[in-house]
Design a protein around this ligand. Structure first.
Ligand code: DC
Length: 218
């Protein structure tokens, strides 16, 4: 299979994939696709429509009318900017079962492949190197210890004035890690041909430089 000029960036939640991916895309003059945001927009659409995943007919109708777009770093649901609405704790909870649904994944993976097919994209997610773009020329599996990820998130929330405790953040992180790695469909795992980068002791600049260098090495 010919290689596609695309960076597949996978890893657990809270590892800083999207921040790194945006910067990498900027440096290379490429586009950035946040596939997690697509699952979040779908979860929000289900929540708003009051559709339960168990109601397959309603789910199918919703999926066929769903129009998800990303313009720059903003996400749109049927033309409405929902970038903030998809980051609430409610959507973050609901997106776990939504992203574990095989039919939802089928629909979104098709859209992701259509978007990235021409190359020149940095795509972040959980299954980009293993399922969506198995032919990506550069696959990175970005990790950091659960404690390092929770600590970063804790400091970030503190500077924004939130009072969530470190323990709560760590527990939520562990819940999501467990759900992402143990689900039946497209679980989070490193692709065989991916390069793993443990960023526990690295800052953002170091992560970005490392991945760009890895990409240029080819
Ligand atoms: O990266 P994030 O936290 O915004 O992702 C939201 C959810 O979607 C998270 O539960 C993992 C899931 N996800 C997925 O299953 N596959 C992807 N390619 C991207 C995200």
């Amino acid at each position: 299979m010919p290689k596609l000029s695309l960076i597949a960036l996978d890893g657990p939640s809270g590892v800083g994939k999207s921040t790194a991916a945006k910067r990498i895309a900027q440096e290379l003059g490429w586009n950035y696709l946040d596939t997690g945001a697509m699952y979040r927009v779908t979860a929000l659409a289900l929540q708003r429509a009051g559709v339960d995943l168990a109601d397959r007919t309603a789910l199918e109708a919703l999926l066929s009318s769903l129009r998800i777009e990303q313009r720059g770093t903003r996400s749109f649901l049927n033309g409405e900017d929902v970038s903030d609405a998809i980051r609430t704790p409610e959507v973050t909870k609901l997106v776990t079962p939504v992203s574990a649904d095989a039919r939802v994944r089928e629909v979104l993976v098709d859209q992701q492949r259509a978007i990235g097919a021409s190359g020149g994209w940095v795509v972040d997610g959980r299954d980009i190197g293993t399922v969506v773009f198995t032919n990506a020329c550069c696959k990175i599996f970005l990790t950091a210890s659960a404690e390092a990820r929770a600590q970063r998130r804790f400091l970030e929330l503190q500077t924004k004035g939130f009072t969530t405790s470190y323990e709560e953040i760590l527990a939520d992180q562990q819940r999501r890690d467990h759900a992402d790695t143990t689900r039946a469909v497209a679980p989070l795992r490193k692709a065989e041909d991916a390069v793993e980068l443990d960023s526990s002791d690295m800052d953002l600049d170091q992560v970005v430089s490392w991945i760009v260098a890895q990409h240029r090495k080819g």
